[in-house]
Design a protein around this ligand. Structure first.
Ligand SMILES: [Zn+2]
Length: 326
């Protein structure tokens, strides 16, 4: 079967210095394409380089709500340049997060906010609106992070013209009663391995409410590590902490198919068709890297350069948010 990872962060240093090796491992596990989401100005260059080297990578650029307070004065110009100069680029990861506002300062810094802590919800909303404007102007699909901010997100989406390509609610964990209205606003939904944790069992009914023609799956690697029985590709960061890997997608799909009560073959076929409809990218026949994996030169080429000193390197140790997402 062919699998499509609707959301990951392959550029994250926690996945090691050889992201092309990660692409190859995922490819051997049946993952033929993946959307690699940038989160801030500091990691956008690494996403660009990965996309240039790997035909199976769909590059996504966006300012994540946790990164909003660390943005520079020229973030919008930098984002516009990434979107306009990177073939096949889409917008993400963007969104709203109220959960981060209640976290202790040390925890916020671990998770990669700027030194002043997270931006207020009002500032997050203003930055989200600017990014949605870019998506609307360019006709791009958008990937959205929403954590404990559903009211604010719906208010935002209701207040503006419908996005021409719609939006993907990644690692969807919202209440069932939101599904219908979100669909009407143009939502697609991707399910991660986080839904496979036993404490999330009650969420299965929510997932079954998602229209099958709006359904995608994702790893969110290196985050959202599923329970051990749904991990086919164990991986750790440099400190030895377990992390999720894009090659786990097929195993995660088995668990998700069980939650949905859907044959695995049907899930694979629907996710492929939905991927093409949402991201508009034809899956590569032979996802071959354009450079050999494992070489020091390639690793050096892909590793993030962090001019602001406020981004990816701060993300090497933190545990996940309560829903495991970022
Ligand atoms: Zn993410």
């Amino acid at each position: 079967m062919r699998w499509f990872d609707a959301h990951n962060h392959l550029q994250d240093p926690r996945l090691g210095a050889d992201p092309l090796g990660g692409v190859s491992a995922a490819s051997r596990a049946g993952v033929v394409a993946m959307v690699v989401n940038g989160t801030c100005e500091g990691d956008w260059p690494a996403v660009r380089r990965l996309a240039a080297l790997c035909p199976s990578v769909v590059p996504a650029f966006g300012l994540h709500p946790w990164r909003v307070s660390g943005r520079s004065g020229r973030w919008r110009e930098a984002l516009t340049a990434c979107l306009d100069q990177t073939p096949g680029a889409v917008l993400g990861e963007v969104g709203l997060d109220r959960w981060i506002l209640d976290q202790p300062r040390d925890r916020c810094l671990e998770l990669g906010t700027g030194p002043d802590g997270p931006a207020s919800l009002e500032v997050q909303r203003a930055v989200l609106d600017e990014q949605l404007d870019l998506a609307a102007e360019r006709g791009l699909p958008v990937t959205v992070h929403c954590l404990k901010a559903w009211g604010a997100l719906l208010e935002c989406l209701r207040s503006r013209p419908r996005l021409p390509r719609g939006f993907l609610l990644h690692s969807f964990g919202g209440p069932a009663e939101l599904v219908g209205e979100c669909v009407g606003l143009g939502a697609w939904f991707s399910i991660s391995g986080h839904s496979l944790h036993p404490r999330k069992a009650s969420q299965a009914a929510v997932l079954r409410a998602i229209p099958r023609d709006r359904l995608l799956i994702e790893t969110d690697a290196p985050d959202q590590l599923p329970p051990p029985e749904w991990v086919s590709h164990p991986a750790t960061d440099a400190q030895g902490h377990p992390v999720n890997h894009p090659a786990n997608l097929g195993r995660i799909a088995e668990g998700v198919a069980g939650l949905l009560g859907m044959p695995i073959e049907e899930l694979a076929a629907r996710c492929e068709a939905n991927w093409v409809r949402f991201f508009g990218a034809a899956p590569p026949e032979e996802p071959v890297n354009r450079a050999p994996s494992g070489s020091a030169a390639v690793a050096a080429a892909v590793r993030a350069i962090d001019p602001a000193g406020s981004c990816s390197d701060h993300r090497s140790r933190p545990g996940p948010a309560p829903d495991g997402s970022r």
